[in-house]
Write a protein that binds this ligand. Structure first.
Ligand code: ATP
Ligand code: MG
Length: 440
């Protein structure tokens, strides 16, 4: 992509109402634009990051055996009346009437729609287990939308729902999602801690939140620091007991958010030198709630002995759009964003310092074409603006690798290759730059 034909509206200063660093940087780097309180447009760089996160989430859901569907954003109110949540959900629900005065709402979550969908198409226990997921925009009329897309009103969520015949197999589904979440966050390049959580209004008796440690976090996390940096579990075992053992092992290291923090247990289980207290952003939340919706929505199946049975379920959310901000919170410096390679909007930024000089432009274009041909995503800054602005913008938007090409590169045959995270630079020939950037 050539920057002269792209849209990256960078800003020198963030608006004064943006207090969180991720909000400031997302606006300054031209990722998002606020349309109304808690409602954003995704600009070209922002949507590329969002789509990459979405794709990693999708691949890990698929690997865990979950099946993708796409539910509507607008849901029927009567489904929520049936489950009893229409009134309970309160002011966070955006309620809509259609032209026939029928009640609808913009979905804040989808337990009701999914439960009814499964009830309509699955009529025997033999068709279970089933885990369905949906990556769709949600709306919650938050009292205090803030920190940009970290807590917005409209946001992209991956929500999965598991359906099983009994509690033991439902726990196995829960464990599969638990491991899938660890894989997702590891692939995103993030240190995320699973902490036990209060199931809250969704109900149920088993729940974990996945907390990314970051200063803007709204929760406190208390943990044994050895819980950080554990390797991703990879493809989990099929055998339920083997999987349960792996989950138990992960959970044997103390980690809790303020809601369920037990000071006495913490102090007895974690030696002082390993105690870690930090702020965290919730990037995922999983719940097991048994037959709650199957009962309240009256969705039953034929059980093994012919009698009607209720399904045992859980729901599993990842804040896909929240992750864009959460990753910036966790990965930035005083110059701007430092994207982990897996989600960077482009792999490589090329700066052409003299776009009006044919020989410099030829060299920059040659590099650009070679890297694109090797499957790398490149953003070439060919704008006719001063060099300082190009350097500042390239650091601000935070692409993992940068190559600087100017008149001196033509004269010496050396291009400057820079690693955004470490700031290290190397002068290399064109061929060596291509080799260095395409070796993996
Ligand atoms: P929070 O406590 O932060 O309000 P929640 O417990 O209400 O979150 P869930 O209902 O579990 O959230 O939703 C699943 C995921 O969706 C959350 O873990 C979070 O990553 C994301 N999410 C929830 N609310 C928002 C929001 N207002 N803006 C952006 N992402 C959100
Ligand atoms: Mg909430």
């Amino acid at each position: 992509m050539k920057m002269s034909r792209f849209l990256v509206p960078t800003l020198k200063e963030a608006p004064s109402d943006a207090v969180a660093v991720s909000h400031q940087l997302a606006l300054r780097a031209g990722l998002i634009r606020q349309e109304a309180a808690g409602i954003f447009s995704w600009l070209p760089l922002g949507i590329r990051v969002l789509k990459k996160i979405e794709q990693i989430v999708r691949e890990e859901m698929d690997r865990a055996g979950a099946v993708e569907v796409l539910l509507p954003t607008v849901q029927r109110a009567d489904l929520w009346r049936k489950s009893g949540r229409y009134e309970d959900y309160g002011a966070e629900m955006l309620r809509i009437k259609d032209r026939h005065e029928r009640d609808f709402l913009f979905g804040p979550t989808a337990e009701e729609v999914m439960t009814e969908l499964v009830g309509a198409h699955v009529n025997s226990y033999a068709q279970l287990p089933l885990i369905l997921y949906n990556i769709q925009w949600k709306f919650r009329d938050e009292v205090r939308p803030r920190f940009g897309v970290l807590r917005s009103r409209e946001f992209l969520m991956k929500d999965a729902y598991s359906f099983d015949v009994d509690e033991a197999s439902a726990r196995h589904s829960y464990n599969r999602m638990f491991m899938a979440y660890l894989n997702i966050f590891a692939r995103l390049g993030l240190s995320v801690l699973p902490v036990r959580a209060d199931p809250g209004p969704i109900g149920g008796d088993l729940s974990h939140e996945f907390m990314l440690l970051a200063k803007t976090g709204e929760s406190m996390v208390y943990a044994d620091d050895r819980a950080l940096g554990l390797p991703a579990p990879g493809t989990p075992p099929e055998d339920p007991q083997a999987l349960q053992a792996l989950v138990d092992e992960r959970l044997s290291v103390y980690a809790a958010s303020d809601e369920l923090h037990d000071v006495a247990e913490y102090e007895s289980r974690v030696e002082e030198s390993h105690r870690m207290e930090a702020r965290g952003v919730e990037v995922g939340h999983i719940f097991f709630f048994g037959d709650k919706y199957s009962q309240s929505m009256d969705v039953k199946l034929d059980g093994p002995d012919g009698a009607q049975i209720a399904m045992q379920s859980g729901s599993y959310g990842v804040g896909v759009s929240r992750l864009v901000a959460a990753i910036i919170e966790a990965s930035h410096d005083d110059k701007g964003i430092v994207w982990p390679a897996a989600v960077a909007p482009f792999d490589i930024g090329i700066i052409n310092l003299a776009p009006d000089k044919d020989d410099v432009t030829l060299l920059a274009d040659t590099l650009y074409n070679a890297l694109q041909a090797a499957g790398k995503q490149c953003l070439l800054d060919d704008r006719k603006i001063r060099a300082g602005g190009k350097f500042a913008d390239m650091d601000l938007i935070g692409l993992p690798k940068q190559v600087v090409i100017g008149p001196r590169s033509v004269a010496s045959g050396q291009l400057e290759l820079k690693d955004r995270a470490s700031g290290e630079t190397h002068n290399l020939s064109l061929d060596d730059v291509v080799a260095a950037l395409t070796q993996d």
